[in-house]
Design a protein around this ligand. Structure first.
Ligand code: GLY
Length: 344
């Protein structure tokens, strides 16, 4: 078995370890508090049972939630709460989410509200979950008005990024993770591509952990984690969520690079470096969905419910990524044109 790396997310008395490596899921048992009597595992049908650690001698109950964004709802949370109650789960017990971002977001949110909050740990079983969703304490569910509009910050007590899970992932699931992974190259301004995968995952966790430690509730730096996400959210809506999140993020990152270029913030050489990472290193999609016209894309970006008063982008500069407000429509259009031209 390969070595397990431990990355610490430093949040004072809410600090926690993230274990990365093959078999990392087995590390969680040693961190379970002495008051815990029951464990509520929240997972999905298609998560391989072998990825759920054996928590004996704790009394363990397993709860299955549905697949797909349509199940990321308050109804699912309510159903879980009712099932927890039936199983006798109390405030001193522990929830463990085993799955991708949907599972860890829903398990985390349920843990935050059931009995006014109980402990939660996660076993991230997707690459995207390992480097993003399971880390940092954002939890949430969707409403028809937008994704993740209801949620809490509820930090886990420990996270396992078990690389055994990567062997079970489809190409599409891996691509989703790579889209988010590419983002960290630009946040940290570091070429991560030379690191072996385990070390690269640990480095992404460390980059995210440091940002979360400095700005847990996203009043500044944490917004940088949304690099590429303004267009990505629009593309997900435009394609009725058929475009996977990480793929949308990869196109969104290239768009953000072109937007920064149009605004004179970065050179064309730096734009090329974005293509080198997105396409060259990760072989990710670089093109907009067929048939998407510019005004529809811009309108969807404006409708992003989490946007502040005006359209906000995370954009590159010679000093690194920055949050930029008040971008004019003409620049948005010109950047879309540049992105299309690179496709043709
Ligand atoms: N996924 C972005 C964040 O955790 O802030």
């Amino acid at each position: 078995m390969s070595d397990i790396q431990t990355v610490r997310v430093d949040l004072a008395d809410r600090s926690y370890p993230v274990f990365v490596g093959r078999g990392a899921r087995h590390e969680l048992a040693t961190h379970i508090g002495s008051q815990v009597r029951r464990i509520a595992v929240v997972t999905q049908q298609d998560v391989p049972a072998a990825l759920i650690p054996d928590f004996s001698p704790f009394e363990t109950h397993t709860f299955i939630i549905g697949n797909g964004e349509t199940h990321k709802t308050l109804e699912t949370v309510q159903q879980l709460c009712r099932s927890f109650s039936d199983a006798g789960i109390t405030r001193s017990d522990l929830v463990i989410g085993v799955g991708g971002g949907l599972v860890t977001d829903v398990a985390g949110f349920t843990a935050a509200v059931y009995h006014r909050g109980l402990g939660v740990m996660h076993v991230a079983t997707t690459l995207l979950g390992m480097i993003d969703a399971a880390i940092g304490g954002k939890t949430g569910v969707n409403i028809p008005e937008g994704k993740n509009l209801i949620g809490t910050y509820w930090q886990p007590q420990a996270v396992a990024c078990d690389m055994d899970a990567l062997l079970t992932l489809s190409t599409q699931d891996l691509q989703c993770g790579y889209g988010e992974m590419a983002k960290y190259h630009f946040i940290a301004r570091q070429d991560l591509s030379l690191l072996p995968l385990g070390q690269r995952i640990a480095r992404c966790v460390e980059i995210k952990g440091d940002i979360v430690a400095s700005d847990e509730r996203e009043s500044g730096q944490r917004a940088l984690l949304n690099y590429g996400h303004t267009l990505a959210h629009a593309l997900e809506i435009a394609t009725d969520l058929t475009m996977p999140h990480g793929v949308a993020v990869s196109v969104g990152i290239l768009y953000a690079a072109h937007l920064a270029q149009v605004m004179g913030r970065i050179t064309s050489k730096r734009v090329q470096e974005h293509y080198d990472i997105i396409h060259g290193v990760y072989n990710l999609q670089t093109s907009l969905p067929d048939g998407l016209d510019s005004s529809a894309a811009i309108n969807l970006m404006r409708r992003d419910k989490k946007a502040l008063s005006s359209l906000t982008f995370v954009l590159d500069s010679s000093d690194g990524l920055q949050v930029v407000d008040g971008i004019i429509e003409q620049d948005l259009e010109r950047a879309l044109d540049l992105l299309r031209r690179r496709q043709g």
